[in-house]
Design a protein around this ligand. Structure first.
Ligand code: FES
Ligand code: FES
Length: 80
């Protein structure tokens, strides 16, 4: 069974993404390279979530790992 994710930080991470580039959002909260996966999910039963940027823009990736709109922040961190 998968572990519950841990809160990396109770706020989003703002990242300037590049159009066409693929990113792997950390779903488990254990990565030291937040908001992205560094392989630390090994043994958690959780997996990173792929995100491909559709434009050059700023994206607010969820840091609390409780968002309902994976992988971006939907404001759920304010209810933790
Ligand atoms: Fe968290 Fe990979 S380190 S999903
Ligand atoms: Fe997770 Fe905002 S940081 S919902």
């Amino acid at each position: 069974m998968a572990d519950n994710p841990i809160v990396a930080q109770p706020a989003p991470y703002k990242v300037d993404v590049t159009e066409g580039k693929t990113y792997f959002w950390c779903a488990c909260g254990k990565s030291k390279a937040q908001p992205f996966c560094d392989g630390s999910h090994k043994d958690t039963g959780l997996s990173p979530v792929k995100y491909t940027a559709d434009a050059d823009k700023a994206v607010f990736f969820c840091g609390c790992k409780a968002t309902g709109k994976i992988p971006v922040c939907d404001g759920s961190h304010s209810k933790l």
